[in-house]
Design a protein. Structure first.
Length: 307
């Protein structure tokens, strides 16, 4: 039995359209399944919690939606060891699908999941605060500062809806990225990796922890990220003027930004950040609030994907 969780609203309605195609194929093949459509933000998490409380043992959960829906669901699963997860991308940015090289064809993805004979184990990340107010998993990336502000804006911007209708959803992040660069102040704070001494930085633009290579609708933030190495790929930018950063954005698109002065990259198992003032954080594009002290950890081989 497969349990399908669908965000009909993902990519401004593409989720529902994709689901209709998948449902027809499931019915044609007489595959046993249950389906659940999300009705509001946060519902994916509630559905996953409910599903795993109601059923014992291993569950095959297939997610139809974008990275945000995936994020909600993996945060609702109490015990990742019990979840075998299939993913059919139907979002605006689909950075997990892009990083894993998944097909853009929903039926091809369904066929892959139904015929899956092995599980693809992959790392996930956990971002937390000491008071426990933040305790969220992520599959693709988590970022403090600039990339989070871009996500906050993308989530509420009518531009995303408009461009999704024109099938230009990827452009949303590029346009908002340029606008947010000049709208937001820099951060200041300290960073420590794997227990090293904290180092202080001024004019911090962003601090991003990547599991996958891509975020923000195809920005190759970490070209060397490996979702099976048990490590976070960190990228942070500091000490540059905004005009200089603007000239670097095209390089970021193609993952060629890493050699420049002011762009630091390294791998670690645990990253600790202490900012002088709270700033927005995103986890797979979902933005739970603003924080100033965050610990990000890699949880090796924590998710089991039907491949
Ligand atoms: N029925 C619904 N109505 C409105 N919003 C929903 C509904 N179900 C889920 N959501 C919210 O939609 C948001 C975006 O979902 P999702 O990530 O699937 O699509 P997307 O933003 O188009 O894709 P991506 O994250 O890949 O850019 C999530 O924050 C989720 O909470």
């Amino acid at each position: 039995m497969y349990h399908f969780i669908i965000n009909p609203h993902s990519c401004t309605g593409k989720g529902l359209h994709t689901w209709h195609q998948i449902k027809a194929e499931l019915d044609r093949l007489s595959v046993p399944y249950e389906s659940y459509l999300t009705t509001h933000p946060g519902h994916g998490k509630e559905l996953a919690e409910h599903l795993f409380t109601q059923h014992a043992g291993i569950l095959k959960v297939v997610i139809v939606g974008g990275d945000g829906t995936l994020n909600e669901i993996i945060n609702g699963i109490p015990d990742m060891e019990r979840a075998h997860i299939g993913y059919i991308p139907a979002g605006s940015s689909n950075d997990l699908g892009r990083s894993l090289g998944l097909s853009k064809n929903p039926i091809a993805n369904l066929t892959r999941i139904l015929n899956s004979s092995s599980l693809h184990l992959m790392d996930i990340g956990l971002a937390s605060t000491q008071d426990g107010k933040l305790q969220n998993r992520f599959l693709v990336s988590s970022g403090l500062g600039y990339d989070a502000y871009v996500c906050v804006e993308a989530l509420r911007s009518p531009l995303k809806t408009f461009l999704n209708h024109l099938r230009l959803g990827k452009l949303t992040y590029i346009i908002i990225a340029i606008m947010q660069l000049f709208a937001r102040p820099f951060m200041e704070g300290m960073i420590s990796a794997d227990g090293s001494e904290f180092k202080h930085y001024k004019k911090l633009l962003l601090i991003t922890s990547m599991i996958q290579k891509y975020e923000g609708g195809g920005m190759k933030m970490s070209p060397s990220a490996d979702p099976n190495d048990g490590k976070l790929s960190i990228c942070f930018v500091h000490g540059l003027s905004k005009l200089r950063i603007l000239t670097l954005l095209p390089f970021l698109l193609f993952g060629k930004h890493t050699g420049f002065n002011g762009v630091e990259t390294f791998d670690c198992e645990e990253l600790r950040v202490k900012l002088t003032t709270p700033h927005a954080i995103h986890l797979d594009g979902e933005c739970p609030g603003r924080y100033n002290e965050v610990t990000v950890t890699c949880l090796p081989n924590k998710i089991q994907l039907l491949q």
